[in-house]
Design a protein around this ligand. Sequence first.
Ligand code: SF4
Ligand code: SF4
Ligand code: SF4
Ligand code: F3S
Length: 410
Amino acid sequence: MAQVYNWQLGREMEYPYGEGDTTRQFAAVFNINRCIACQTCTMACKSTWTFSPGQELMWWNNVETKPFGGYPHHWDVNLLSKQSELDPGGQTWDSLRSATPTQPYGVFNGKTIFETADGTEARVTGYLPPEDDWKAPNIFEDAATKFPKQGATLPVHDGWFFYLQRICNHCSYPGCLAACPRNAIYKRPEDGIVLVDQERCRGYRKCVEACPYKKAMYRPTTRTSEKCIGCFPRLEGLEPLTEGLPTETRCMTSCVGKIRMQGLVDVGADGQWLHEPNNPLYYLVHEEQVALPMYPQFGTQPNVYYIPPRWVPRDYLHQMFGPGVEQAIDRYTNPSRELLALLQLFRAAQAVIFRFDIEQGPKVNEITVNGRTQEIFNDTAVGFGADGNEIVRISVQEPFFERPGKQNSI
Ligand code: SF4
Ligand code: SF4
Ligand code: SF4
Ligand code: F3S
């Protein structure tokens, strides 16, 4: 086992391989607060990549209703329970330490899925879901914890649920890759996308067992496993719409609720994201710290980040997103001027935004949120593509158009 640094845990951890040679990393931010569970993203992926025989139970993108839903059923509860059994009382955070750039959320004291594995029978702790568990991807949709007699109020709703959008996290330390005895899984250096080599795969399913997010899936017709490919042809600029520029994935660009932003971040020789505060992904994750990894304690350093839902009990969110939850919700509820402007860029363009700028505008409003007064400025967020040229600009205040008095015949 090598020692690698996992910034989400604030410490080094054991992993079967070193940091690798990734120079850029696929990453995304999902704003849970805005998702309407329309499943357009789910169908965009299905109709593009998994419509063939043998792929009937495969949903590389799925949106499940928490806390009861799950695809496959109870994927997270099953692994959380197993980790607790193997590391009794150990799955805790030492978040009282003062935050530093390399330890923004303190230190995770417990063992990861690589560290609870015995290393002989399995390199990674996991489990193989039975086939039936994959058959109802949207089970318990819209099921709340209870129906409150009173209306719902913030900061925490009495009866609650929320939608959780899930794709492969293209992890920095993938469980699937670590577990494959055939070395059939690899991480592309140019964008960090994790792929299964279909020529090498022999269907051992160790990847299915080891992925903590259950995003590697077995296909019985080919007897191989498959997974989200990060829509890599689009990232390579093969989508005609954006004329050679890297394009966001199918599930991102189709998002009706405008909850998703995807991008590429530069990675240094130490495996960490380079300090690039004008990259929108870097800004949301490392500068504002408003977007958090899902189940960071598993240890794979996932690269999809979530703005947590404001109305959900904090202990539940703490287990799912780690110690940064209170701060992230606070910053989202009372956003800085920069954050409010940047949030407008979600789904404003199809091409990947590599850099953003904010042009300041006049003050247009003053509102009170949770007892705090907040000034609203009509700033403009500008997004730049891979070639450095401007691809989109959008202001905080939506433009107002007055229709002419005389209507046309339609
Ligand atoms: Fe592998 Fe799962 Fe991580 Fe995707 S989410 S890279 S399938 S471990
Ligand atoms: Fe599917 Fe592409 Fe989204 Fe992956 S990135 S879930 S392959 S649409
Ligand atoms: Fe949610 Fe967007 Fe998917 Fe609709 S398309 S379910 S809003 S993530
Ligand atoms: Fe390896 Fe998974 Fe195939 S473990 S052999 S990639 S099914």
